[in-house]
Structures are given as C-alpha cells and as structure tokens.
Design a protein around this ligand. Structure first.
Ligand code: TIU
Length: 244
C-alpha cells in the first residue's frame, strides 16, 4: 500500500471515528446495471431505477481517492449461477415481478453472472487488480470469500457505499458488525429506490450510539483520506506525541 499505519479522524455520526487507513477497506456494494438501468432486476421489481443515479458521482470521487491513497477496494455483485443452483426458490418465486431471476431481458438473463446486466456500471468499473466478490444473497459475507479476504489484508474498518441502502448495504453492514468490523456508511454514496427508506436505513445504523456503525459522507472522506491529509495528520500526531 502507498500509505500505511496512518490514523486520522473522520467526521461521522453519531460521533467522529478515528480510522487506521491501513486497516480500512472501501466496499462498494452492487453498483450493477441490473439495479441502475431500465430492463434490469431492479426495474422488473417495479422500481424507478432513476432514483439510484445520485450516488454515482460521490461514490466515484471516493473510489478515486481510495485508489490514490492505496486503500483496499472491494466491489460486490449480486447474482446467480446460470443454472440457478445458488438461487433459492423462495427468492426466485417472490412477488410478482415483470420478469423473474434467470428470465431473458434486454441486458441478458436477469441477475445472472456473466450477463451484461450483472456487470458493474462504467463509472465505477473495477480495475483489473481490485477485488470483486460475487454474492448470491443480499449480504456480502453470506456464501462468499469476503471474510477470509478482509482477514488476510488485516482489515478492521469498512467504508461502505452502494445500492440499495436498506437492502444490500444494510444487510452487509449488519453482517459485518456481527463479525467485528467498524462500518462507516457513506450517505451520499448510497441510494435506494425509496428516498424515505434511504434516510431510515441510515438512521437505523447510526441510532442508539451507532448500533450498527457510523454514517459519514464523501466530502468527509475526501478531507480525511487524501495522501496529503494523511501525511499532515501523521506529522501532527508525531509532533503532539499522540498515541493514535
Ligand atoms: N431490491 C433492492 O432494493 N435491492 C436488491 O435487490 N439488491 C441490492 O440491494 N443490491
């Protein structure tokens, strides 16, 4: 990593959090065409997919900053094997969507790995050396190698972005919280088809003293995580003899 063993304070609710950036990963949840574009999984469920676009530019700015600072970046994708062997019937049969998981759509089969709709949107496309986790569920830890990968990198803190706030972001944060990670959800880097669920999804995380974690935003991360800021923080900590 370009930057290591540096800790700085990130503005967040319910209180600021000191993060060791060498032990922090940026986790970007399910920024896939299937959720963002007409004809994908999100729209088949009856959703207005245009609601998600607002999260893209803030998330792209944090992704660029993380890459510049050498922070570990993890992308996730929700989707299933072509034979649907990892898709529970209870998930496939749910509700009355216009198309079900596995049905053909304008971006290929709905929510199936390898199809165009399953791919990550161009603005947030992973670099070749970044980690991409394929997950069959809403949570990124369920039936994936994410836990082992984060442990191998010595990660203790997660900056979480993605869609949707109350579904895959919240489920992943709850899984991560139980596994001992400090989770900071970046409010403007997440979105929901339902703006009120976005707000409440964030409230549920930061309420009760941060029952599941913290809520911050892209501006706070850009201030705390640039290589220049990290260098200054490190110098200040040395000068002041701070312990962290
Ligand atoms: N439907 C919905 O809001 N979300 C999902 O199905 N998956 C994710 O959140 N990624």
């Amino acid at each position: 990593m370009a930057i290591s063993a540096t800790t700085s304070l990130l503005a967040a609710e319910p209180q600021p959090i000191a993060l060791d950036w060498a032990a922090t990963a940026l986790v970007i949840i399910d920024m896939q065409r299937d959720f963002f574009e007409p004809g994908g999984f999100g729209e088949t469920l009856g959703n207005d997919v245009s609601q998600l676009a607002r999260a893209v530019a803030p998330c792209a700015s944090v992704l660029a900053a993380a890459r510049a600072a050498g922070i570990l970046v993890v992308h996730t994708r929700e989707g299933h094997l072509p034979d649907l062997s990892d898709a529970p019937p209870a998930k496939i049969e749910r509700g009355a969507p216009s198309k079900r998981i596995g049905d053909p759509g304008p971006m290929g089969r709905i929510l199936i790995r390898g199809e165009a709709g399953h791919d990550i949107i161009a603005a947030l496309y992973p670099l070749d050396d970044e980690i991409v986790i394929d997950k069959p569920g809403k949570g990124a830890f369920y039936a994936t190698e994410l836990g082992e990968i984060l442990a191998n990198y010595g990660i203790e803190n997660l900056l979480v972005c993605g869609v949707t706030t109350e579904v895959c972001v919240n489920t992943t944060v709850r899984e991560a919280n139980d596994r001992g990670y400090r989770c900071v959800v970046l409010a403007d880097c997440c979105a929901s088809y339902f703006p009120e669920f976005h707000e409440m999804g964030l409230n549920m995380i930061k309420a009760q003293g941060g029952i599941f974690g913290w809520v911050s935003d892209s501006a706070a991360v850009l201030e705390a995580m640039t290589p220049e800021t990290l260098a200054t923080e490190t110098t200040n900590q040395r000068t002041m003899g701070a312990s962290q």
